[in-house]
Design a protein around this ligand. Structure first.
Ligand code: PAF
Length: 296
């Protein structure tokens, strides 16, 4: 274990050490919260830590760039790993424990078991990153089994991810409450993401088309547009008004099932995935159409 001088903050790399400390806290009646991350922490992650501090007594942040959720052509090798900075941010934010294991601690040998949430994982992101979500749900289940938290906190920015994790917990009777926290945005509207740091200055400007396309969908729906293909075409047109953007998908979906919708209903989730240059960005917006009744 590496730990600093203060009793209230520990940085830990071993599963057994983490379990020992968390177990002691649990036995003394403390409620345990976990904030799973891949590090490169930004204000979005810090808001998860704040929420965890508000709702639980001991907050464990995990920093682990999980290899199994990257395909061979993705950015696993280059993914930012500013561990010292992340530890400082966690400590300043008031987290109690940071778990930042090596890959060999989490995956000591070839495993024969994966956790897979079917159907919802095959849509949207699953179409473009077919192995991604099995990697996510497997590592999150492992982290839950390691930390044994009462509550886990995820960002709503990864809409499909938080939905899958909630489903996994429900389907497998995992005794963890999963809370999805609102997306944190830069003042100009871009959703915070560790990958934003890959964007050039010009691409950072262009990336604003992503939240703008979601706002456009909302405006069209609130203005009474009911032709979903027309709305999605308008979103794509806006996104591809820059040559730097390549659209993977735009979707107007049911917030729970992610089924593509064909007609208006009280709550719709608009989701977008694009490349801006070589950086892949995802974002979403929940659109409330309060005047629509659910059986319409
Ligand atoms: O959202 C992330 O950072 C990751 O997918 C997660 C949930 C930490 C699993 O590696």
């Amino acid at each position: 274990m590496t730990s600093n001088n203060e009793d209230s903050f520990n940085s830990i790399t071993s599963i057994s050490e983490l379990r020992k400390i968390v177990q002691q806290a649990r036995l003394s009646g403390k409620k345990i919260g976990v904030v799973p991350t891949m590090g490169a922490l930004h204000a979005g992650h810090l808001s998860l830590i704040q929420e965890a501090l508000a709702r639980t007594d001991i907050v464990v942040v995990t920093l682990f760039v999980n290899p199994t959720q990257f395909s061979p052509d993705e950015d696993f090798g280059n993914y930012p790993r500013p561990v010292e900075e992340d530890l400082k941010k966690c400590k300043e934010a008031g987290a109690h424990l940071v778990f930042h294991p090596d890959v060999s601690e989490i995956y000591p040998e070839d495993a024969y078991t994966t956790v897979s949430v079917n159907t919802i994982s095959e849509k949207l992101e699953g179409q473009f990153r077919p192995t991604h979500f099995d990697g996510v749900t497997t590592v999150v289940m492992k982290l839950f089994n390691i930390v044994l938290p009462d509550v886990a906190f995820f960002g709503q920015k990864d809409y499909q991810q938080q939905l899958l994790i909630k489903r996994m917990v429900k389907d497998l009777n995992v005794p963890v409450e999963v809370i999805a926290c609102p997306t944190i945005r830069d003042p100009d509207g871009l959703a915070m993401s560790s990958r934003n740091q890959y964007l050039s200055k010009q691409e950072r400007e262009t990336a604003l088309l992503v939240p703008e396309s979601l706002k456009l969908a909302e405006k069209m729906l609130l203005d009474g547009e009911e032709d979903f293909d027309k709305i999605k075409d308008a979103m794509k047109k806006l996104l591809t008004s820059s040559d730097e953007v390549k659209v993977d998908y735009v979707s107007l979906a049911h917030p729970e099932t992610l089924e593509e919708l064909k007609q208006v209903q009280p709550e719709i989730v608009a989701l977008v995935a694009t490349y801006v240059g070589s950086t892949r960005l995802i974002d979403n917006r929940i659109i409330h159409l309060s005047s629509i009744s659910s059986n319409q």
